[in-house]
Design a protein around this ligand. Structure first.
Ligand SMILES: Cc1ncc(C[n+]2csc(CCOP(=O)(O)OP(=O)(O)O)c2C)c(N)n1
Length: 301
C-alpha cells in the first residue's frame, strides 16, 4: 500500500469549493485524482460533485471535466474515449464520477451499454446511499430501514446489490473502496490505469447531511461499516477475486462488531432505537449483511 509520504502532493480538488463540511466525496475525489496524476478527463452527471465542480464563474476541480445529463455519463465516456483515440491519445484515463442515484437507478442503461461496447474507461460510483444533492431522497442504494425524505418511517426494501449487476458485464477490473481507507482507494484507482477496457470502482462514503451525524464522525462511521461487516472491501481482476485486507477478518460473523455501533451513530436509523430497540428490523438489517457475504463468496470464490 502507498505510504502517506509517497502520496503525490499536488491537489486537484481545489480549496474553497462548494462541498458541505465533512463531505467524504471530497476525500474520494482527492485521492482518486492524485492516483491519476491529472492525466484524466472526468465525466460528471447531475450529482453533488457537479455542484462542487461547476459553480460559475469558478471550478472546484483542477482537471478537465465534462458535465453530462443524469442518465448519459457512461455513453458520454464512450464518446470521449473515441475522440481521444481519433487524436492518437492512448494514455489519458476517462473517468465517470457519478453518485448512486446516477448509477444504481438513472445511469444503469448507459453503463450497461458502455460495458458491452468494452469502452476503455473507469466508472466510479461514489455511494452515499441517497440522492443527496436534491434533498436526500431514497435511491436504489438506500439501505433497508434508513429514513430519507421520501421514506419518513424508513425504507421498506433492501438496497440493490449492484456489484453483481456490474460483474455480469465482465469488467476487466472491479473494486470496492471506502473513504475511511484513502490509501487503499488511491492504490485501486492507480491499479485501474493498468487495464484496458471497462473498469468499475464502487466507493462507499458517509454523508453527514443525509445520514444525520456530526460532521467530524465520517471516518469513524466508514470504518464501522467495515468492522460490522456491512461494507465489504474486495477487488476482482477478471475472474480473480481478492477479499480486501480490511474486510478479511469480518468474514467470520463472530469477529464483527455489533451492528448497533454503526446504526446508533446515525440519525437516519434513530427510529430503530427510540422509544425502544426495534429488534425485528435490526435483525433484518443483520440478515442482509450475512446475505451479502454469502452471495459474494458463493459467486466469486
Ligand atoms: C433527468 C434529471 N432528473 C433529476 C435531476 C435532479 N437532480 C440533480 S442531482 C440529483 C441527485 C443525484 O443523486 P446521486 O446520483 O445519488 O448523487 P449525489 O447527489 O448523492 O451526489 C437529482 C435528482 C436532474 N438534474 N436531471
Amino acid at each position: 500500500m502507498v505510504a502517506t509520504k509517497e502520496m503525490p502532493l499536488k491537489e486537484y480538488v481545489l480549496k474553497g469549493n462548494a462541498a458541505c463540511a465533512g463531505c467524504q466525496d471530497m476525500v474520494a475525489l482527492r485521492h482518486a485524482n492524485k492516483a491519476l496524476e491529472g492525466d484524466v478527463i472526468q465525466v460528471v452527471p447531475a450529482c453533488c460533485t457537479a455542484v462542487v465542480q461547476s459553480l460559475w464563474p469558478k471550478s472546484g476541480l483542477g482537471i478537465p471535466v465534462l458535465n453530462t445529463a443524469f442518465m448519459a455519463s457512461a455513453a458520454t465516456a464512450s464518446g470521449v474515449r473515441a475522440a481521444l483515440k481519433a487524436k492518437g491519445n492512448d494514455h489519458t484515463t476517462v473517468m465517470v464520477w457519478a453518485g448512486d442515484g446516477g448509477t444504481f437507478d438513472i445511469g444503469i442503461q448507459a453503463l450497461s451499454g458502455a460495458f458491452e461496447r468494452r469502452t476503455d474507461f473507469l466508472y466510479i460510483c461514489y455511494n452515499n446511499q441517497v440522492y443527496s444533492n436534491t434533498g436526500t431522497q431514497s435511491s436504489g442504494a438506500t439501505p433497508i430501514h434508513a429514513k430519507t425524505t421520501t421514506a419518513w418511517f424508513g425504507k421498506a426494501e433492501p438496497e440493490k446489490m449492484f456489484d453483481f449487476i456490474v460483474a455480469a458485464h465482465e469488467p476487466v477490473y472491479q473494486f470496492t473502496a471506502n473513504t475511511s481507507y484513502p490509501r487503499d482507494l488511491f492504490d485501486k484507482v492507480k491499479k485501474a490505469r493498468e487495464f484496458e477496457g471497462p473498469k468499475f470502482g464502487h466507493i462507499f462514503l458517509p454523508c453527514p447531511q443525509a445520514w444525520n451525524y456530526p460532521v467530524e464522525k465520517g471516518v469513524e462511521i466508514g470504518k464501522l461499516a467495515v468492522e460490522t461487516g456491512y461494507w465489504i472491501q474486495w477487488e476482482r481482476v477478471g475472474d480473480e477475486f481478492t477479499l480486501g485486507r480490511h474486510s478479511k477478518r469480518f468474514q467470520d460473523p463472530e469477529k464483527r462488531k455489533p451492528i448497533d455501533e454503526f446504526l446508533k451513530m446515525q440519525g437516519r436509523f434513530s427510529h430503530l432505537y427510540k422509544p425502544k430497540r426495534a429488534d425485528k428490523k435490526i435483525k433484518e438489517f443483520e440478515d442482509f449483511i450475512q446475505h451479502r457475504w454469502d452471495m459474494l463468496m458463493r459467486t466469486f470464490t
